[in-house]
Design a protein around this ligand. Structure first.
Ligand code: FES
Length: 68
């Protein structure tokens, strides 16, 4: 699925960047990491949601690792 039409970024690309760079905490930072710049801004809420999803997944992984 295309996340950012202006920069031709799909959900796989965005997710890979977020997974590889857990310090990314804003959609603008995600764009910088992908070498792109927000233009119309319509993708920013979606990317913000993806950042939250990846953070939650990382928290679960950390909790499960600590429980072992
Ligand atoms: S859809 Fe991402 S900047 Fe326009």
């Amino acid at each position: 699925m295309i996340v950012c039409v202006c920069n031709a970024k799909n959900c796989r690309t965005v997710r890979e960047v977020l997974t590889q760079s857990p310090h990314i905490d804003t959609p603008a930072a995600a764009h910088r990491a992908m070498g792109s710049t927000p233009q119309c801004g319509r993708c920013l809420p979606t990317i913000a949601g993806m950042i939250s999803d990846v953070r939650n997944e990382n928290a679960v992984v950390t909790a499960l690792a600590a429980a072992d």
